[in-house]
Design a protein around this ligand. Structure first.
Ligand SMILES: NC(=O)c1ccc[n+]([C@@H]2O[C@H](COP(=O)([O-])OP(=O)(O)OC[C@H]3O[C@@H](n4cnc5c(N)ncnc54)[C@H](O)[C@@H]3O)[C@@H](O)[C@H]2O)c1
Ligand SMILES: *[C@@H]1O[C@H](CO)[C@@H](O)[C@H](O)[C@H]1NC(C)=O
Length: 457
């Protein structure tokens, strides 16, 4: 293979050489312009792509749709600048602010964690309706059907309560919320609930009920002003206690489930943050809460479903003496009144800048119904409302953490904020069944009966 006259050296004819050189330089020029054009086109396209990617990235991450988004970077950036650049973020901030602004004189600004949950959604509505500002926080996890949480969210949305989707373990997000809103109270209801599920997924209890609680209190203690904290403990802390009724001063050092142990840990953690940082802390030990918009993992709820579907239901008896299992079932409206009463009587926290100036309030209350009912009786009431006979299987209660009997002494809550349960199980279940058949669109005798009954109301 020959390289020919390349390099221009050694050619005999001069004019030919010049021509060739001119031609070569022409070709070079043309090539370089082409190259320049091509490379500038490429540069333009790359720049456009990068710009688009950046815009895409920011719209995805701000407002925070996922718990682990980049609040930190945006958090520190100039808020005016970020509002101008990230319209979506400004809209989000506006929603947060509007939702938390009270509409009555001296109204509260309450951060409700677990607001898409059963108790959280009811409490959020009650507070909003009386003129308090309410901001919800919930991670919408799939422990039970998240579509029920979404439906509660829609209900809240229609009453101008905004729920931020995020995790209580996301400290950046919590700090951001406290930067936007000087919350006067936290109603902390987010938790991994359920006694039996703790054997399947124990670490979810530690993550939400222990780590998550600490994460929330860390932010609360450094907020200025510090909010007062009212939070959900559980009757399960009484564990193997046999003294009836359960009083707040009874032993709670023998939990029968990991769920109970994490709630007990919560009470110890509450003591610590009260003691060191002056956070006003009120723990509420709920006793088996039930009602409309309830939790599908609880017996009254899945009994209703299974009875309607003609499926067997398990009715537990105790190991000792085959006594029937009984619960102090508490209607949701009574629990809501208890939560609101606790918020209304909560004193201000006493710390600032991570230091306490004086002793702060530390309280624990039972919130129950004070009238235990056997599970057999519960099934009988459901049968009568549903117009269907249950297929009962009476079996010994498995040792999975459930306790055989609960009964609340609520005299402390009565003394301090007039707590007095007013709905018995029959009246409460009637409302639950009415909601259930309406929500799931079930045409049954129950629905007709309920219509007749509500016509009488
Ligand atoms: N319902 C009862 O009978 C009962 C009894 C005793 C105590 N409690 C306590 O009351 C509180 C409310 O219970 P509920 O029945 O409404 O339960 P729920 O499961 O309906 O509500 C809890 C909500 O918290 C959310 N959540 C869970 N972990 C979270 C996290 N890490 N970050 C953000 N959100 C999270 C869930 O998505 C859920 O919507 C819980 O603390 C529960 O342990 C309930
Ligand atoms: C209920 O609790 C109170 C304390 O709050 C106590 O004085 C009372 O004796 C208790 N009642 C019963 C029946 O145990």
């Amino acid at each position: 293979m020959q390289y020919g006259s390349s390099g221009g050296g050694g050619g005999g004819d001069t004019s030919k050489t010049t021509k060739l050189e001119r031609y070569n330089s022409y070709i070079r020029r043309v090539n370089s312009t082409k190259l320049l054009q091509a490379s500038s086109k490429l540069l333009f396209r790359v720049t456009l792509l990068v710009a688009l990617l950046l815009i895409f990235f920011f719209t995805l991450n701000y407002p925070p749709l996922s718990p682990s988004s980049s609040h930190a970077a945006l958090h520190t950036s100039n808020s005016l600048l970020s509002s101008a650049f990230y319209g979506a973020g400004a809209v989000w901030e506006k929603q947060v602010r509007r939702s938390s602004t009270p509409r009555r004189p001296n109204g509260f600004s309450v951060l409700v964690t677990g607001a898409a949950g059963f108790v959280g959604s009811h409490c959020s509505l009650a507070l909003k309706k009386r003129g308090d500002g309410v901001l919800g926080l919930d991670n919408f996890n799939s422990y039970y059907d998240p579509s029920l949480k979404r439906a509660r969210q829609q209900l809240l949305q229609s009453h101008q309560v905004f729920i931020v989707e995020g995790d209580i373990n996301d400290a950046e997000l919590l700090h951001k919320l406290f930067d936007i809103v000087p919350f006067s109270h936290i109603l902390h209801l987010a938790a991994q609930a359920g006694v039996r599920y703790a054997m399947q997924n124990p670490l979810s209890y530690v993550a939400s009920n222990v780590a998550g609680f600490v994460s929330l209190l860390e932010v609360a203690k450094s907020a200025d002003p510090q909010p007062a904290v009212v939070w959900a403990s559980s009757s399960s802390v009484y564990g193997l206690n046999t003294q009836i009724p359960f009083s707040e001063s009874d032993r709670t050092d023998r939990p029968a489930s990991l769920y109970a142990a994490t709630k007990k840990a919560g009470e110890a953690i509450a003591h610590t943050y009260n003691h060191i940082y002056g956070l006003s802390m009120t723990g509420l030990r709920f006793f088996t809460v039930y009602g409309p918009w309830g939790r599908p993992d609880m017996a009254y709820f899945f009994f209703t479903k299974d009875i309607l579907h003609g499926k067997d239901i398990n009715v537990y008896v105790t190991h000792e003496g085959d006594k029937e299992v009984a619960r102090d079932f508490t209607y949701i409206d009574d629990i809501v009144r208890g939560c609101v009463g606790a918020l209304d009587t909560a004193e201000k926290s006493t710390g600032s800048g991570g230091k306490k100036r004086a002793a702060a309030q530390l309280r624990v209350y039972n919130l129950g119904n004070t009238a235990p009912v056997t599970v057999g009786k519960l099934v009988g009431i459901l049968e009568s409302y549903l117009g269907v006979r249950a297929k009962k299987r009476v079996i010994k209660m498995p040792r999975n953490g459930d306790v055989p009997f609960t009964h609340a002494n609520v005299s402390q809550a009565y003394r301090d904020f007039g707590y007095k349960p007013t709905t018995d199980l029959a009246a409460g279940l009637r409302k639950f069944v009415k909601w259930y058949v309406g929500y799931y669109g079930i045409e049954s005798r129950a629905k007709k009966e309920n219509h007749e009954q509500s016509a009488d109301d």
